[in-house]
Write a protein that binds this ligand. Structure first.
Ligand code: FES
Ligand SMILES: [Fe+2]
Length: 407
């Protein structure tokens, strides 16, 4: 089913490529510059978006084995992911139920968690196993003091969690089947090669950069090249979007050879060509395929708001189909990953930081998103809609009937 949908998108990209056209938005859209600089709005975004909507918190290959865990802090919420013996991932509030001390930090493998403050222990499944010096502490109902859980969902080799324990929003409803398309990458069988975290500008300034190809031949002329194609067609699934070049060509995996997709039957279209471009998951993920180290790879960029309105941080996960084995392949995979770091850190984020400082002057009232920048238009519309939505509105927005009605 998902291959059919991918083929339909690819045929549309080919047709636009042959006609030398692209899909344009209806109009140029204006966004107030304060959307990037207003500290009150920033607090609202953290509260109503990051602390209320499902977030893609880890690729599955970051926690491949039973007992693997990862602790994170997202917009002030301590999260602990733990893979159970049966393979299921549980997402906990990373707070001991005694006095709230975080139970784990970083990543590791553990069959139980012992709190570093007074020594209470919890099973991998969050059950309170033991109270230290129970004869002195006094009687409590252990079953009522297990770790608190967040809604969690694993699909397509990616793990989502919602940082609101009371959330009524189903994560599959929020994704609306988009995860079945992401499944085409095959991440559930891939491995994590490397990861790093970069500091960036305001989270929306940073995310804008993943949503257009317009800037590629200009900002990235020294890395991607000045003749890079600057057009993208957009495909939307609710707030999630894919952007891909309207072209009949695709690079053959692992070579410089260009394939003419228009000459191929549906069955002949290679998987890589079907997933070309950038796939984003609202509000903070961007996925793009690369080749390096003799393997198919992808960079999954995971973006979070930082401490202030002008700061964000991005973890880049470099996932690969298989671990490169020879020294030369390992070196070439690192080179590919380092190249992507330079592109994002020294070009996208360095520009975003300068742009943010200038916007802080308050002297430019609004910024523009052209008809060819539909991704940014739609992103900002969704942010606005979601920060103003009540919890009830949220359920309506992502209700499956709603999606069907919207087509
Ligand atoms: S806070 Fe964890 S044992 Fe006291
Ligand atoms: Fe860029």
């Amino acid at each position: 089913m998902s291959r059919e949908e991918l083929i339909t998108m690819t045929r549309s990209l080919i047709a636009h490529g042959e006609a030398d056209t692209m899909e344009l938005a209806d109009e140029v859209v204006r966004v107030p510059a304060s959307a990037y600089t207003d500290p009150e709005l920033f607090e609202l975004e953290k509260k109503n978006i990051f602390r209320r909507l499902p977030l893609m918190v880890a690729p599955s290959c970051e926690l491949p084995e039973p007992g693997d865990y990862k602790a994170m802090d997202i917009c002030g919420v301590p999260l602990l992911l733990s893979r159970q013996k049966d393979g299921e991932v549980i997402a906990y509030l990373n707070m001991c139920t005694h006095r709230g001390n975080p139970l784990a930090s970083g990543t590791g493998n553990a069959s139980r968690f012992t709190c570093g403050y007074h020594g209470w222990t919890f099973k991998q499944n969050g059950a309170l196993l033991g109270v230290a010096s129970p004869q002195d502490f006094g009687a409590i109902d252990k079953a009522a003091h297990c770790l608190h859980r967040f809604p969690v969902y694993e699909s397509a080799g990616l793990i989502w969690a919602t940082l609101d324990p009371k959330s009524q929003l189903s994560i599959p409803d929020y994704l609306g089947g988009y995860e079945n398309l992401l499944d085409a990458f095959g991440f559930k069988d891939w491995t994590l090669f490397a990861q790093r975290t970069l500091s960036g500008p305001n989270w929306k300034t940073a995310y804008d950069g993943y949503l257009d190809f317009y800037h590629l031949p200009v900002l990235h002329k020294d890395t991607f090249g000045a003749d890079f194609f600057n057009r993208a067609n957009y495909f939307f699934w609710g707030p999630h979007q894919r952007l891909s070049s309207p072209s009949k060509f695709a690079q053959k995996t692992g070579s410089d050879e260009m394939l003419d997709l228009s000459q191929m039957s549906d069955d002949e279209l290679p998987d890589d060509a079907l997933t070309q471009g950038v796939w984003t998951i609202f509000p903070h993920i961007s996925i793009a395929s690369f080749y390096g180290g003799g393997q198919r790879g992808a960079m999954i960029s995971q973006l979070f708001p930082g401490d202030t309105v002008g700061e964000s941080y991005t973890t880049q996960f470099y996932v690969m189909e298989n671990q490169p084995e020879t020294e030369a392949d390992v070196k070439s995979a690192h080179e590919q990953f380092d190249f992507l770091e330079v592109v994002v850190r020294d070009e996208d984020y360095a520009t975003g930081k300068r742009q943010h400082e200038a916007l802080q002057s308050g002297l430019l009232p609004e910024v523009l998103f052209g008809k060819n920048e539909r991704g940014g238009q739609v992103f900002h519309q969704w942010v606005e809609k979601l920060i103003n939505a009540s919890d009830g509105d949220l359920l309506d927005l992502f209700a499956p009937e709603q999606r069907e009605a919207a087509g």
